[in-house]
Design a protein around this ligand. Structure first.
Ligand SMILES: [Zn+2]
Length: 81
């Protein structure tokens, strides 16, 4: 599946490879209960950007309910608003 994704920097398909994963803190609501947990986030490296010595070669593969650089899930933010 990772081979079907486009690199967000160079827009080339088929050049992303799994790099490593890291733990990310996340809070969200389910049934009006606040859940505070940690989930694993996979990161990939773009071989095209690596060969062209681009600034950003590594990318996090975030699920759609997680916003970059924000601890709260998308659904928790909508619930607060
Ligand atoms: Zn790239």
């Amino acid at each position: 599946m990772i081979f079907k994704l486009k690199c967000p920097c160079c827009n080339k398909k088929g050049c992303l490879k799994y790099h490593k994963s890291y733990d990310r803190h996340l809070t969200y609501y389910i049934n009006n209960q606040l859940i505070d947990t940690t989930i694993g986030i996979a990161t990939c490296v773009c071989t095209n950007c690596m060969n062209n010595n681009a600034k950003q070669k590594y990318h996090a593969l975030l699920p759609d309910f997680i916003l970059p650089f924000i601890m709260n899930s998308y659904y928790k933010i909508i619930n607060i608003i």
